[in-house]
Design a binder for this molecule. Structure first.
Ligand code: PSV
Ligand code: MN
Length: 397
């Protein structure tokens, strides 16, 4: 039974919860074995932004779109006005700016960690150009992920690479101004398979500390070893005021980029619980950028994004139901079963009716996925984009 107080808590939590969508989640993507092209997939940045706008219209909780510089701004800051215009037309804004220092041929041995100072310079200048884009779009966050590392023992100096990274990141930090932040993402493997230069949250934390106060850690839920306790990492980063944001997705084996909560919704709930518990204790919600980083290879991209945002809201609402006073008291007394049950009760509560009410109160469709399906958006997108997507199929054949 959800009490009136819990209902209020959940409504307030939903009011304050938004999640950013990745532009790349609407384009054709695949695995390294191939791509399955969708006729309705976005083929331009304007279409990606339009799709993100459609998700926001139906869900009301995805007001911004993260962009990837190389994929969305191939001509640098010159492309900003067009992208800003389509964002405004579609009722969303441009969110985190993701530089791309992993695709060019020169980055075979890394970017900021490359042993060649010329390549390091090229990478740094791309990131500084990305800060220009960040200035032009008014985006607060520069979201940094590096594919850097080495794949065979002995093929690089781990310490030299670390020092090169510190130097590069410090320079990036000096380029930021106003309320801008830089988020440093970690990943233990892939594409480097022996020693990734930012392999875990500890390394990310150390780089941030060297860089300056605007640098915070970004937790991509797919970037952990099997069974790693992500909520513990979250709790530690929160208590150190070093948690900058999330890239949400779910995984079973590696960085699978699956729908948030499809494999282990309890883990997502536990992550959200740490945030809600922290908020209750400190009386202030932490400043976190919630973002999605998924690759929708099999399901329809827009529908999967709606499903994702729904899962995120549902699990956040559940986490907000936890009775923190009761939990803290039970923890203090060592009442193990009762403390654990305090969490489980919230996790197993059916929040769907309250989510429908909340949506109704905001003038949103009670069932965003059904409403999207009825809207005809997908059919229209398919009609407009099928030919371009078909030519992508032939270019793969
Ligand atoms: C790398 O796996 C990553 O998580 C980074 O955030 C990139 O920006 C993104 O995926 C690219 O898909
Ligand atoms: Mn990511």
């Amino acid at each position: 039974m959800i009490t009136t107080r819990q209902l209020e808590q959940a409504r307030a939590a939903l009011d304050g919860f938004t999640i950013e969508l990745p532009s790349w989640g609407f384009a054709n993507t695949g695995t390294r074995f191939g791509k399955f092209i969708q006729p309705s997939a976005a083929t331009t940045t304007a279409e990606k932004v339009a799709d993100a706008g459609a998700v926001h219209r139906f869900t009301g909780c995805c007001p911004s779109v993260a962009v990837h510089v190389l994929w969305d701004f191939p001509n640098g800051a010159a492309g900003v006005p067009v992208v800003m215009k389509s964002a405004a037309q579609n009722g969303v804004r441009i969110g985190a700016i993701n530089p791309n220092v992993f695709q060019d041929q020169c980055y075979k041995n890394g970017s900021l960690g490359n042993p060649d100072p010329e390549v390091r310079k090229t990478a740094l200048s791309h990131i500084l150009d990305s800060v220009e884009i960040q200035n032009a779009t008014g985006s607060r966050d520069l979201s940094l992920w590096f594919a850097d590392g080495i794949s065979y023992p002995g093929t690089g100096s781990i310490r030299a690479r670390k020092n090169a990274f510190i130097e590069g990141l410090k320079t990036v930090h000096t380029a930021l101004s106003g309320d801008q932040r830089m988020l440093v993402e970690y990943k233990p493997f892939e594409p480097a398979f022996y020693a990734t230069d930012i392999a875990d949250w500890g390394m990310s934390y150390i780089y941030c500390k060297h860089s300056g106060p605007r640098a915070k850690v970004l937790v991509d839920t797919g970037h952990h070893y099997q069974t790693q306790n992500i909520e513990q990492i979250v709790a530690w980063l929160l208590s150190e005021n070093m948690l900058g944001g999330f890239h949400f997705n779910d995984r079973r084996y590696a960085d699978d980029d699956l729908t948030l909560g499809c494999m282990d919704p309890y883990q997502v709930f536990r992550i959200f619980h740490e945030i809600c518990y922290f908020t209750w204790e400190t009386g202030k919600a932490p400043d976190i950028a919630y973002m999605v980083d998924q690759s929708h290879n099999l399901k329809n991209k827009i529908e999967e994004t709606i499903q994702t945002s729904n899962n995120a809201q549902e699990l956040f609402a559940k986490a907000s139901l936890v009775d923190h006073e009761r939990l803290a008291a039970r923890q203090a007394k060592g009442e193990l079963i009762d403390a654990e049950e305090t969490l489980r009760e919230a996790f197993f509560a059916d929040v769907r009716p309250l989510m429908r009410d909340w949506r109704k109160s905001k003038g949103l469709p009670e069932d965003p996925l059904a409403a999207f399906r009825e809207s005809g958006y997908l059919q229209k997108a398919e009609k407009e984009r099928a030919e371009r997507n078909q030519s992508a199929v032939s270019s793969y054949a």
